[in-house]
Design a protein around this ligand. Structure first.
Ligand code: UD1
Ligand code: MG
Length: 469
């Protein structure tokens, strides 16, 4: 078998995206947890490309910064932006000396799958064409370039909607804006594209007519799932694309054994994993790199961002959980706020109106109600009473609270950090703890109660006397 030719990716991302009405470049808008551009690059990666080049222009500093963590991606500036043909020409220097197949993608077309790109490249390799155009059959082709075929059925050119006659506009086969090109003749031919059209732009699709005149082979590959070529040009299209990505992720999870009570309302980002027999209720959002174990239940209205959950975890209604690990069979919520850097041990419990920040809870530890625990370590099976507050901040620095195994902190205690509570120690309810509490001790940090016998009766008598005056 011949070895497949090397693949080079070029992504067009220099356009303004006027219809988004945004200060942010269009390709940086997000859908299902990734920017449009990242979706495209992620799919392109499946082709194991030899090189990846992104053409940037409008707000290019923002786009380049967004790609800073991808060392294999080269950015090339297109300034000014004179059209898609002009954009691709800017990649010439970056690809000097390269050979093989150039796959051209659009930074605003995020739904393509790896299988689709592989099929395009396979057709291109099989036909040995100079260019292979991905086309789609659309019931409503408005806005797209139309594919014009000669009598024998071969593609002869592509006409943009603005330049098309009425008969041409009736054509339902459109240019997806995705192509495979043989690198060898490409850049020379691109220089032949003119700008005499409705937009005075250098149109990349005009290359097809040039190749046909040069009697080069141009192939087409028609995508079976036309929805994948949907581009984002407006906020409404962004919402539609996000909806399709969410529903794709929901379908994948259901196919792998996860129950979604109402999939249309569950928003699961790309890159999230959920184990079998877990149940996700309506309005759950799983974002970033969240991973959920098997047999977990997440009730309505909770948002998990980069959270990792073991097996059998229950998250009750309306929790916000960020950068936190939750051990097997733990229970959280309702209305809990678990902030970054927290760790919950197996079978631990965090109840309603509890906020944790950089807090580590041992196995079986409980903080059931109305507490703030930050910069703290809580030992196995410790019990933190309602209304306990760690005073971790002195206005300048954060300090640690360490609570030992099996310790019992009474309700409404304030633990002034840095402070340590020893294993199996008790803190009396209502205490302000400023000194270390030894293991097995009882700390009482409050004034002792006094009862003044008859005080209330004497007060009433005084009040009655003054009202007769
Ligand atoms: C383009 C195609 C059209 C096709 C459609 C599919 C052209 C002229 N038309 O139209 O046939 O049906 O895609 O979605 O190619 N860009 C640059 N530099 C520029 C201009 C554009 O990088 O100077 C980038 C844009 O950021 C975008 C992509 O190229 O990512 C496509 O440009 P866009 O203006 O969206 O072209 P369409 O009108 O969608
Ligand atoms: Mg477009």
């Amino acid at each position: 078998m011949p070895t497949p030719s090397p693949v080079h990716i070029v992504v067009l991302a220099a356009g303004k995206g006027t219809r988004m009405k945004s200060a942010r470049p269009k390709v940086l808008h997000e859908a299902a947890g990734l920017s449009l551009l990242r979706h495209v690059l992620r799919t392109a990666d499946a082709l194991s490309p030899t090189s990846t080049t992104v053409i940037v222009g409008h707000e290019h500093a923002q786009v380049t910064a967004h790609l800073a963590d991808l060392p294999d991606v080269t950015t090339v500036l297109q300034e000014p932006q004179l059209g898609t043909g002009h954009a691709l020409l800017q990649a010439e220097a970056a690809l000097a000396g390269r050979f093989g197949t150039l796959v051209l993608l659009s930074g605003d077309v995020p739904l393509l799958t790896p299988a689709t790109l592989s099929a395009l490249v396979a057709t291109h390799d099989a036909t040995g064409a100079a260019a292979t155009v991905m086309t789609a059959m659309l019931e409503r082709p408005t806005g797209y370039g139309r594919i014009i075929r000669a009598e024998g059925g071969d593609i002869s050119r592509i006409v943009e909607e603005r330049d098309a006659s009425q008969t041409e506009r009736d054509i339902k086969e459109v240019n997806a804006g995705i192509y495979a090109f043989d690198l060898a003749p490409l850049f020379e031919a691109l220089r032949g594209i003119g700008a005499t059209n409705a937009q005075n732009e250098y149109y990349l699709p005009d290359l097809i007519a040039i190749y046909r005149q040069q009697r080069r082979t141009v192939a087409t590959w028609t995508i079976p799932h036309a929805a994948e070529v949907r581009g984002v040009n407006s906020r409404a299209e962004l919402a539609e694309v996000a909806r399709l990505l969410y529903s794709r992720n929901a379908d994948d999870l259901m196919a792998s054994g996860v129950t979604l009570i109402n999939p249309a309302t569950t928003c699961i980002d790309v890159g999230v994993s959920v184990g079998a027999d877990s149940i996700l209720y309506p309005g759950v959002m799983l974002q970033g790199h969240t991973s959920v174990g098997r047999e977990c239940t997440i009730y309505p209205g909770s948002r998990l961002v980069n959270a990792s959950l073991g097996d059998g975890v229950t998250v009750l209604d309306h929790c916000l959980i960020t950068d936190t690990h939750i051990g097997h069979q733990a229970q959280v919520g309702p209305f809990a706020h678990l902030r970054p850097g927290s760790r919950l041990g197996n079978k631990s419990k965090v109840g309603n109106f509890v906020e944790l920040k950089k807090a580590s809870l041992g196995d079986g530890a409980k903080i059931n109600h109305l507490s703030y625990v930050g910069d703290a370590t809580v030992g196995d099976k410790a019990n933190i009473g309602a209304g306990t507050i760690t005073c971790n901040y002195d206005g300048a620095h954060k300090h640690q609270t360490v609570i030992g195994t099996g310790a019992f902190v009474g309700s409404n205690s304030t633990l002034v950090a840095p402070v340590t509570i020893g294993d199996n120690a008790y803190v009396a309810a209502g205490s302000t703890v400023t000194l270390p509490v030894p293991a097995d001790a009882l700390a009482v940090g409050r004034t002792r109660q006094q009862n003044k016998d008859g005080w209330a009766a004497r007060r009433r008598a005084r009040q009655q006397a003054s009202s007769h005056d």
